[in-house]
Structure formats: C-alpha cells, structure tokens
Design a protein around this ligand. Structure first.
Ligand code: FAS
Ligand code: PHB
Length: 389
C-alpha cells in the first residue's frame, strides 16, 4: 500500500488531520488499534476552544457541533461558600463551545466515511521504519496478515500509550513530566446540569467540577486519592461528596441519578521534545498530556493539527518546507503555554495538603486577587478560550 501521509491513531487528532488533508486532495491512511465502537465509547473532553471549533468547520464537520453545542461566555469558580463568575467574553471577546469529545469523534468518523477516507481498525504490531531515510514506511498486522504502507510522512497521533513517540531514539527524545498526587473521579449521568455554565469548585475537602454534555446529560468530577478505584465509589457516595464541595444553594438544586459512566483519570503534565524526527511528526496526546483542569488536552491536540495541516499543505502545494521545518518549535511553544495554564488552574483549585497550610492560604489569596483584578481575569480568560494559533 502507498499513501502520502500515514497517520497512526484514529482519535480526534488523527481523524481531524486526515479529514483536513483529504479535503485538499492529500491522501492519508489512518491506522487505529481499536474498533470504531471502542474509540466512540470513550468519555473525555467537554470544552472546545474557538480555534478548535473553527478547525472543525474548516474540515466540513461543524454542522452538528454548531447545532447542538452550547456557546458558553463564562464559567463559575465556587470557593469559600460563594460563586464568582469568570466573564470570558467580557475579558477575551471570545467564548468556548461545550460539546463532548465523543460527539467530535463521531462527527469526524461520519465525515471520513462520506469521503471514503481510509481508516484501518484493529491493527496491531505497528512499527515505523526509515524515519530518517528516503523510504519511510509503516508495517502492521491486520486480520492476521502482515502489511506495509509506504508514505512520504508519518504522523504519530496515537496518544500517550502509542508507539510513535517511542520510535524516536532515546538519545534524541527529551521528556518532561509532573505527576499530581491525585486523580479525577468522573461521572456521567442523565440528569439536568446543576448550572447553565461550568462550576470549578475549590474546597478544603477537594476539587470538584460541574460540567455537562447537553441539557439532559451532566458530567461531574471530584478530586480523589490515586489509591481510590471507581468501583469503590457508590453513586450515593459520589453525590454526597460532590454536594459537600459545592456552595449550599448549588448543592440543594443538584439533580442526582444513576451514573452511566464512572472512571478515574490520573493527572499529569507531560511534554516530549522534539515533536518531529525525520519523516515522523507527533500530534496530540502522543506528544503532550495536561491535567484536565484547564480543558487544554483536546484543544492543544487541535493546534498541533492546525500547524501540521498547514505545513503539509505548503509542502505539497508549493514545495515550501518552512511549515514542516518549524512545526515542532511552533507546536511546543503553544503546548507549553497550555501546560502552564493547566498547572496554574490545577494548583489554584485542588487540595494538596491536609488542613490549613501556607499553600491553601495562597490559593485563597490567589482567588481574591483574581476577582479583584481585571488584568488577572483577562489573563485567565484569554488562556481558557484559547491562545492564538
Ligand atoms: P487519543 O488518545 O484520543 O487517540 C489516540 C488513538 O490512537 C486512540 O484511538 C488509540 O486507540 C490509538 N492508538 C494507540 N496506540 C496505537 C497503535 N500502536 N496503533 C494504532 N493506533 C493506536 N482533555 C480535555 O480537554 N478535557 C478533559 O476533560 C479530558 N479528559 C480526559 C480523560 C481521560 C481518561 C483521558 C485519557 C484524556 C482526557 N482528556 C481531556 C484529554 C483527551 O481529550 C486528549 O487530549 C485527546 O483524546 C487527544 O486526542 P488524540 O491526540 O487523538 O489522542
Ligand atoms: C468536561 O466536561 O469533561 C470537562 C470540562 C472542563 C474541564 C475538564 C473536563 O476543564
């Protein structure tokens, strides 16, 4: 088999890049380890930056997102028994779109099918070859048969646990990591959201987040110790703990119900450099991971895709290599700003120490400064809605 760009990974990064390139006549083949149903069964991100939404529209995949997604001009921070609103639109001139990653992925799959995009599922033993030679290619097994794809470029969009990043020699790859001493227990429930906008809650018992997927589907999270398991949390225990971390009037109107999904995600910040090695380009979680507090994971994958799409377009259309040559530097510059913002939001809102401490007082002072300073709110807003690509 032969193609121009072989993309490893059929998550949002790989599918979005494949769709954008195909619309410009650039051939791709996507290799995905799981079944389509497995990929679509993942419950992950919920907030899209305006840059991501524009990219989906450019890919011809924005119709349902614009029809069903909710435009949010702000969110709340609950702390010390009160709720303060961050007015994103006032302080950045932009909004965010609340539309689940699951639906993004569904829309991308539908668009790929409409264009007869080549996505090979349930592949295994994917190996990248000749990344620094003139004949980059990928070998893999599908339906028990060993196969090979010769290509011009390979995009590693195979997430944190993929093979692409590991194909970069250890003496070339530089990794940076910060592991947080807690995780997020997330619950999806067919209940009405407790608020019309998101609520990020800082509480002595721990962080909580009230989000949503629609007016009848809510997404909630509470900070839990890494030693916890989702199975050890009954629905009743989850709802009681969430209520304990919210202001009383909010807790009083919380609609509870059976969880239809319950899982714990660990929190880490991670960056791999460089994001290019010869014919291989890393994109999305294959190159970087953030704690979800700043809603930057999926959105930073989108900016990688934006840079890579334009770099490949310039290569094929004009023989201009500048976009590909500067990809790693540009993508990393924005990815590190997402790391910083995600670290700041996580440090501000999570419980790190038992009881009162210097750090917990600093969190309270940081919040007091935030809501006393328009400059501080401008900074938060411009990061949350998405820094320029
Ligand atoms: P993905 O991991 O989504 O996709 C990679 C794909 O590659 C997968 O389908 C995988 O099966 C495939 N793959 C892996 N190895 C392969 C191989 N060897 N061969 C072929 N295919 C292979 N972000 C937010 O902004 N907000 C959130 O609330 C949030 N919550 C999250 C919760 C969890 C549990 C996780 C894991 C992530 C969360 N994220 C969140 C981040 C998440 O949304 C990612 O940023 C997003 O999925 C990135 O998309 P991809 O880069 O496509 O990686
Ligand atoms: C979600 O809705 O899943 C969500 C929203 C905002 C975040 C993280 C997760 O910061």
């Amino acid at each position: 088999m032969k193609t121009q760009v072989c993309i490893i990974g059929g998550g949002p990064s790989g599918l979005l890049l494949s769709q954008l390139l195909h619309r410009k006549g650039i051939e791709t083949i996507v290799l995905e380890r799981q079944t389509r149903a497995h990929v679509l069964g993942r419950i992950r991100a919920g907030v899209l930056e305006h840059g991501f939404a524009d990219l989906m529209r450019e890919a011809g995949c924005g119709q349902r997102m614009d029809a069903e997604g909710a435009v949010h001009d702000g969110f709340y921070i609950a702390h010390d028994g009160r709720m303060d609103r961050v007015d994103l639109h006032r302080f950045s001139g932009q909004s965010v779109l609340v539309y689940g990653q699951t639906e993004v992925t569904r829309d991308l799959y539908q668009a790929r099918d409409a264009m007869n995009g080549q996505i090979l599922h349930e592949v295994s033993e994917v190996v990248l070859h000749d990344l620094k030679a003139a004949t980059p290619h990928v070998t893999f097994v599908q339906d028990g048969e060993a196969r090979r794809i010769d290509c011009d470029f390979i995009v590693g969009a195979d997430g944190y646990h993929g093979v692409s990043r590991k194909s970069i020699p250890a003496d070339v790859l530089k990794e940076y990591e910060k592991v947080y001493p807690f995780g997020w227990l997330g619950v999806l429930s067919e209940t009405a959201p407790v608020c019309d906008e998101l609520i990020y809650a800082r509480h002595d018992r721990g962080f909580a987040l009230c989000s949503m997927r629609s007016q009848v589907l809510s997404r909630y999270y509470i900070q839990v110790p890494l030693s916890d398991s989702a199975e050890s949390w009954s629905d009743e225990a989850f709802w009681a703990e969430l209520k304990a971390r919210l202001p009383e009037d909010v807790a009083a109107r919380l609609e509870t119900g059976p969880s239809i999904e319950k899982s714990i995600a660990p929190l880490r910040g991670y960056v791999a450099e460089p994001m290019r090695y010869g014919a291989l380009f890393l994109a999305g979680d294959a190159a970087h991971i953030v704690p979800p507090t700043g809603a930057k994971g999926l959105n930073t994958a989108a900016s990688d895709v934006h840079y890579l799409y334009h770099g490949l377009l310039a290569h094929y259309a004009e023989g201009d290599e500048s976009g590909l040559d500067s990809y790693s530097e540009k993508a990393l510059a924005r990815a590190w700003k997402a790391q910083r913002f995600s670290w700041w939001m996580t440090s501000l809102l999570h419980r790190f120490h038992d009881g009162d401490s210097y750090d917990s007082r600093l969190q309270q002072i940081d919040l007091a400064y935030l809501f006393s300073s328009e400059a501080a709110q401008v900074s938060l807003a411009e990061n949350y809605v998405g820094l320029p690509y």
